[in-house]
Ligand binder design. Structure first.
Ligand code: ZN
Length: 320
């Protein structure tokens, strides 16, 4: 009798005919955390369809999650609230009627269980796939969750470059995003991946997503995945996180300003005031140049309305 691992597998069956050790990666692809971000949902649907048709063979433990199904049904970002502010336990303090909160709690549990049940030596990966609301100077970018001092991963940066990612935002604090949960709680290589612009189902030009789709398929179906050699993405760290505290909140640039547009030092980016009698608070650019990303004046009070970014070099951070 061979010892069984915790799947009930015979150890020798975890090797393919060449004797290569399989299942050394545990991989999660999640899509539709925002229900109207359709391109990643279509890519994951194609992947699952090909797996079920047996036209491709998965070489690793793979979980594909379709996150916010009710929001997908109505073609909206969310039903009750932004699901990507509900992870790391934030779902517990949400309203009782939230459609998204119990789902976020379930996804957390499934992700934790999936990684925990894998072989102890398995590398863990989670790519949470999105598309952005607005156009961008770099349409394909990722948010690298806060690592609490751990080094950034060289291999992951090269994989993401090979997937067509043009820019990497290094988060510098804990957040309630799904990728931070997987990174922090599950110690996975985890990223919020923005693959382009939001379009309705069936309206995406899938050629724009070829590199990302190839990456997601190849990683799942290749025993020892190697990224195509390309130059590394531009790196940014977050300079300011501007919150909306009051109802009267205004962004001082036009609605269609692309992500990563830069503004000169001293430019007013946003302002707000409590009521007509109170003085307005202004948020201005602090560096020679700062880039803006994820502006949204309509977020709920107390939530982030805008991030500003500072471009940095690889020498400025610890990469291993
Ligand atoms: Zn999204």
């Amino acid at each position: 009798m061979q010892p069984l691992d915790n799947f009930g597998h015979n150890e020798n069956k975890d090797k393919d005919s060449n004797g290569d050790k399989l299942s050394l990666k545990s991989v999660i692809y999640s899509c539709g955390v925002h229900g109207n971000e359709t391109a990643p949902i279509e890519i994951c649907d194609a992947l699952v369809t090909e797996i079920l048709n047996e036209s491709i063979i998965v070489k690793h433990r793979l979980m594909v999650q379709f996150a916010n199904l009710p929001a997908m049904d109505i073609g909206q970002r969310f039903v009750s609230e932004n699901m990507n502010r509900l992870f790391n336990g934030a779902h517990a303090t949400s309203s009782e009627n939230s459609v998204e909160a119990p789902r976020a709690a379930l996804l957390e549990k499934l992700t934790l269980d999936f990684f925990a049940r894998g072989p102890a030596q398995a590398q863990r990966y989670h790519y949470d796939l999105h598309t952005a609301i607005r156009a961008a100077k770099y349409p394909r970018f990722v948010v690298y969750p806060y690592l609490h001092g751990r080094p950034y991963n060289q291999e992951q940066i090269s994989w993401l470059a090979g997937a067509g990612i043009q820019a990497i935002l290094l988060s510098e604090s804990p957040t309630t995003t799904y990728s931070y949960y997987s990174s922090n709680v599950c110690q996975a290589h985890a990223f919020t991946v923005e693959l382009g612009k939001v379009k309705p189902f069936g309206k995406n030009n899938m050629q724009e997503f070829t590199q990302a789709k190839d990456f997601l398929f190849n990683l799942a179906t290749t025993v020892d995945y190697k990224a195509p050699p390309v130059s590394i993405p531009v790196l940014y760290k977050i300079k300011q996180s501007i919150m909306r505290n009051f109802k009267n909140f205004t962004l001082h640039f036009s609605d269609d300003t692309p992500n990563f547009t830069t503004f000169k030092q001293g430019s007013v980016l946003a302002s707000e005031y409590e009521d007509t009698k109170s003085e307005s608070v202004e948020y201005t650019v602090q560096l020679d140049e700062e880039a803006i990303v994820f502006p949204n004046a309509d977020v709920a009070l107390g939530q982030r309305a805008l991030l500003t970014l500072e471009a940095i070099q690889t020498d400025d951070i610890l990469i291993e």
